[in-house]
Structure formats: structure tokens, C-alpha cells
Design a protein around this ligand. Structure first.
Ligand SMILES: NC(=O)C1=CN([C@@H]2O[C@H](COP(=O)(O)OP(=O)(O)OC[C@H]3O[C@@H](n4cnc5c(N)ncnc54)[C@H](OP(=O)(O)O)[C@@H]3O)[C@@H](O)[C@H]2O)C=CC1
Ligand SMILES: CC(=O)N[C@@H](CCC(=O)OP(=O)(O)O)C(=O)O
Length: 346
């Protein structure tokens, strides 16, 4: 296999680090420039000691000059930083594949972007969730990919089959618990060990979390009905993983067996989405470090609701794994190259 040359911007962060961890096991790539912000000049080994083969690499400043000359550039930068850089990279080389782990190019609607992110909308790129109907074709050969947010990935995949099949109304409730790495590596007061350990907390409650419009956009593509999403994120004391509980009112009579059959059929050909045997409920440790999504679904007859639970590793299929999966599609490689469905448990 001819190796493609890959650069990673934000290599000192969690998303960039996970992309690199996966690329080190990918047979088709050669790792080129690694960049950071304030940590430029440091060795990667000082910041990401688990990435042993790259320990001696020195982080460079995040500029188009440094990132130019690669076939693929991954961007793992804070929101709002990808737009101008991507434009510069493309101006230098129209063929470069740019895969943005940030949110800059995920949303269609500029006003919604402005409302939730507070800056100007950079544009919209093909959305990196191949499991959505039609999306795999949009990603094949694409030069641009907007990698989904971690909560939108698991929330969408957990309820998508029910919405697409019309077995629920589109009044969707999501409560999702995330590990702390979802918040990134930069120090934040609410992420101090003494604030997080031994405690679960809600945040972004009441429709204000920026992932609400992203989930709504994804589900809206599956139905002609108006979709509403009530999303409540929770922070839990573990490093990785998200468990999402997603429910919606049934649109008509449906048994738990029929609900399971809808999910099994929808994901039958998906390499990374695993619908568990009936009665077995997902746990985050089963997908840790892997690109897998585990799902289960049932019917709460008394409440008249379909209830589904999904788990994902926020850094793997929730970011870095999705980024590599989309790179594979963009380059015409087997979609699963360099990725595993085998988690690390306990
Ligand atoms: N963590 C997660 O689960 C997920 C993250 N993402 C997205 O990935 C992106 C990165 O997130 P994450 O890795 O968690 O964040 P981190 O805070 O862990 O890493 C941020 C990275 O960006 C670099 N950086 C920060 N400011 C600048 C700057 N002004 N110029 C150049 N580089 C800069 C940092 O470098 P330095 O170390 O030098 O400061 C670091 O490498 C975000 O857009 C995030 O939303 C998406 C899905 C899930
Ligand atoms: C636990 C935690 O703080 N999680 C992050 C989401 C991480 C993610 O997917 O983010 P992006 O949209 O930023 O790429 C949050 O709620 O802001």
C-alpha cells in the first residue's frame, strides 16, 4: 500500500492524541507534521507519553506553512480555529483532505451556529457519520469532513432507526453521561479532580448545550416531521465514554421485540454498530478504546415510549476513530482499516 502523508494539528490535545494513537496502528499512513498552540516547541512524549513511537517528535506551531505538503490534515483545534486554516491549506493545495474534529463545519444553518457558538459561521462540510442514510456516499472521496460531536454521534445513532422507521414521534429526549475527557485537556475549574471525583453533575441544561442543534439536524434528515430534542448532558467521574439514554413517544403500538428488530435491521451491515442481544444493556467499558457503538432498545408500555441506550468511547468513535474512519472513506480505503471493535474491559 502506498502510504499517505498525514499531519495532525492539535497533537498535544485529547482529540489529536487519539487520532495519533489510531494512526500508529494504521498500515496506510506515514505521520508527518505535529502541531500545537502554547505547547509548540515541546516534545510530544512530554505531553502524550502513551504515544511512545512518536515521543521524540517536537511539536511545531499551527500554521499553514507547517501543515502544507501533506495528503491529509487532521484538525483537533478549539472551535472557531479551523475555518481560516482550512481555507489557507486548500488555497495551497486543492487536493488536500482536511478532517476537522471541531464543530466549525457541522451545522447547516448560519444563524443557529451564531446563536450557539457566538462567532461567524465558517460553512458546512460533509458530516462524518457514515452510518446515517446516504452519508457514506457523501464521504467517499470527499476532500472535507466535519467530524461529529461526541454526544451527537451517540445520541443520533441511538434513536435514528426509530425515527427513520416512523415508530416514534419526533419529540426526542436525550440524557447522556460523559467522561471528563470530553471537555478537552485544558484546565477548567469544574474539571478539578476534587470537583469531579465521587460526583455526577448536570450541565448545559434546558436546551442551551451546543450539541442540541447538531442532534436535531441529524434526526431532521431522517423524517419529514418537525423534530424537537431535549438534551441534558451529565459529567461523570471516568476518563472516557458516554452512555446516552434516548426516548421518544411511540407513534403506534409496538412491542419490544419489534423495536429490537427495527434496530437489528437498520444496523445489520454496519461494521461498528452492534445491537446487543435482547435484554443485555450497554456499558461504556465494552467500547473503551474501540470504534464500536453498542445499542439496546425496548418499549416502556406504561409510558408509551420507546427507550434506547447507547454507548461510545467519546475519544474513539466519538472523535478520533470517526476521523480515521472518514479518512479511510475519503481515500477510498477499506472503511475499517486501523480500527477495532474490541474494547478494553474491565
Ligand atoms: N474531547 C472530545 O471528546 C472531543 C473533542 N472534539 C473536538 O476536538 C477539538 C479538540 O478538542 P480536545 O482535543 O478535546 O481539546 P484539548 O484542549 O485537549 O486540545 C486542544 C488542542 O488545540 C491546541 N490549541 C489550543 N489553542 C490553540 C491555538 N490558538 N492555536 C493552535 N493550537 C491551539 C492545543 O495546543 P496546546 O496544548 O499547545 O494548548 C491542543 O493541541 C475541539 O474542537 C473539540 O470540540 C470533538 C469530539 C469529541
Ligand atoms: C464532558 C464535556 O464537557 N463534553 C463536551 C463535548 C465534547 C465534544 O464532543 O465536543 P465538540 O462539539 O466540542 O467537538 C461538552 O459538553 O462541551
Amino acid at each position: 500500500m502506498t502510504k499517505v502523508r498525514v499531519a495532525v494539528a492539535g497533537a498535544s490535545g485529547y482529540a489529536g492524541g487519539e487520532v495519533l494513537r489510531l494512526l500508529l496502528g494504521h498500515p496506510g499512513v506515514e505521520i508527518g507534521a505535529l502541531t500545537a498552540g502554547s505547547n509548540a516547541g515541546e516534545s510530544l512524549g512530554a505531553l502524550q507519553p502513551h504515544l511512545v513511537p512518536l515521543a521524540d517528535r517536537v511539536l511545531e506551531p499551527t500554521t499553514a506553512d507547517v501543515l502544507d505538503g501533506h495528503d491529509v490534515v487532521f484538525l483537533g483545534l478549539p472551535h472557531g480555529q479551523s475555518g481560516a486554516l482550512a481555507e489557507e491549506l486548500t488555497a495551497r493545495n486543492a487536493d488536500v483532505v482536511v478532517i476537522d474534529c471541531g464543530a466549525d463545519f457541522r451545522l447547516d444553518d448560519a444563524d443557529t451556529w451564531q446563536r450557539f457558538y457566538g462567532s461567524d459561521h465558517a460553512g458546512t462540510w460533509p458530516y462524518g457519520l457514515p452510518e446515517l442514510p446516504g452519508q457514506r456516499d457523501a464521504l467517499r472521496g470527499s476532500k472535507r469532513v466535519a467530524v461529529p460531536g461526541c454526544y451527537p454521534t451517540i445520541s443520533t445513532l441511538t434513536i435514528a432507526p426509530a425515527v427513520a422507521a416512523g415508530v416514534v414521534t419526533s419529540d426526542v429526549v436525550v440524557v447522556a453521561a460523559s467522561g471528563t475527557s470530553g471537555a478537552g485537556k485544558a484546565a477548567k475549574p469544574h474539571l478539578l479532580g476534587s470537583e469531579v471525583m465521587g460526583s455526577v453533575s448536570a450541565y448545559g441544561v434546558g436546551g442551551v448545550h451546543r450539541h442540541t442543534p447538531e442532534i436535531t439536524q441529524n434526526l431532521g434528515r431522517l423524517t419529514d416531521a418537525d423534530v424537537t430534542v431535549s438534551f441534558t448532558p451529565l459529567l461523570v467521574p471516568m476518563p472516557r465514554g458516554i452512555l446516552a439514554t434516548v426516548s421518544a413517544p411511540l407513534s403506534g403500538p409496538l412491542s419490544a421485540e419489534d423495536a429490537h428488530a427495527v434496530y437489528a435491521k437498520a444496523y445489520a451491515d454496519e461494521p461498528f454498530v452492534h445491537v446487543l442481544p435482547a435484554g443485555q444493556w450497554p456499558q461504556t467499558q465494552s467500547v473503551t478504546g474501540s470504534n464500536a457503538v453498542h445499542l439496546q432498545v425496548t418499549v416502556d408500555e406504561a409510558a408509551g415510549r420507546l427507550v434506547a441506550v447507547g454507548v461510545v468511547d467519546n475519544l474513539a468513535k466519538g472523535t478520533g476513530g470517526a476521523a480515521v474512519q472518514c479518512m479511510n472513506l475519503a481515500l477510498g480505503l477499506d472503511e475499517t482499516t486501523g480500527l477495532t471493535t474490541v474494547g478494553v474491559a474491565p
